[in-house]
Design a binder for this molecule. Sequence first.
Ligand code: HEM
Length: 371
Amino acid sequence: MEIISPLVSAIDAVTHPNPYPFYAELVAHQPLYFDETLRLWVASSAEAVTQIMNHPACRVRPMGEPVPRGLVGSMAGVIFEHLARMNDGPKHTSLKHDVTARIAQLDVITVGQKWASDLGRGVGHLNLNLNEFAFALPVYIMADLLGVPSQQIPETVGWVREFARCLNPLSTPEQVAIGKTAAEKLMGMLQPAYGEIWAANLIGLMFQAYEATAGLIGNTLAALGNDPDLYNQVMCSPGLLPQLIQEMVRFDPAVQNTRRYLSEDVTVAGQAMQAGDAILVVLAAANRDPELNPEPNQFQLFRRDRRTFTFGQGVHSCPGEMLAYNMAQAGIEQMLWLGVGQNIHVKAIGYQPYVNLRIPILLWENNGRDF
Ligand code: HEM
């Protein structure tokens, strides 16, 4: 019998083999409560999440700390400070408008298929593993789409990944130092042409496309590996792939939670909270709130009126949702074509270390050989 370690918090849930019974308990009995150990409010029901994500006093950064302390004074801090994602108010409105307009111009399908096929060949020749493929693909696609010259793309992808790592609170001091150097290289490449603020947001598009899309690809491949009936259904009707990915986004999302910080004393979702309080908004739990989606624990390819919080809510909602779907589809199609799910068996053997993202560590096995 599989032994699953007990869950103690909504942060442990992110990388737990099955956090969903725990989330269901929260939604049913503690939709918004204060976790004394985490020192965070935890919101999980669709109602609480909706109210928090749409409340003007719930900000994306703590009031006195626009940039995490460890990044202040570095180029990584400069990028962080200018990101649409990390600002509220008029600066956010204007950046969000520009970022959304830029994304709308990107032809992701052609470029996505090209990179899925190029990098997929690496997987076929076994010099790139499946985890690497899921991580690399979205950044190759985004760097190409945003006009990075082709000879600079591999180096740029490496810098984006190092920079993203330095934003993960679980990274080591050495990884943070490497990420800060990568931030300098990225800004050195883009700032002369685009200026500081826009260069920061172009870098933002590359790194925001990176981990969450890798998680979407990985979780979908793991689900196919776990469920031969689902795999057969999709292989018999490849047109079902978009539905598969959309239900995956709801059912086992790459982004499990986000945070909000109160700018003033307010009552939100019936709970009085104080300026300075922080809220962990558990998007993945709200996706399975029965008030939002009936029979939420069933994986339904043909779910009617599917609703999800995975791409956020309100003014900060993700402008890259369609890009993410298309990039993930390009990658998954390529892997299915290479035999993943058929002669190559895939399973998740754990999750990468994050406090908010659920990205599987995939093991794949071909004729009894692991690699
Ligand atoms: C599976 C893939 C993705 C997921 C699950 C995802 C999820 C999210 C979520 C939850 C937010 C809101 C965070 C919050 O309000 O606290 C967000 C914001 C954002 N995402 Fe994504 N994202 C994905 C892919 C992408 C891609 C491909 C891009 C760009 C090409 C992108 C660009 C952004 C940007 C710029 C924001 C900030 C928007 C704002 O603050 O107004 N994301 N994303």
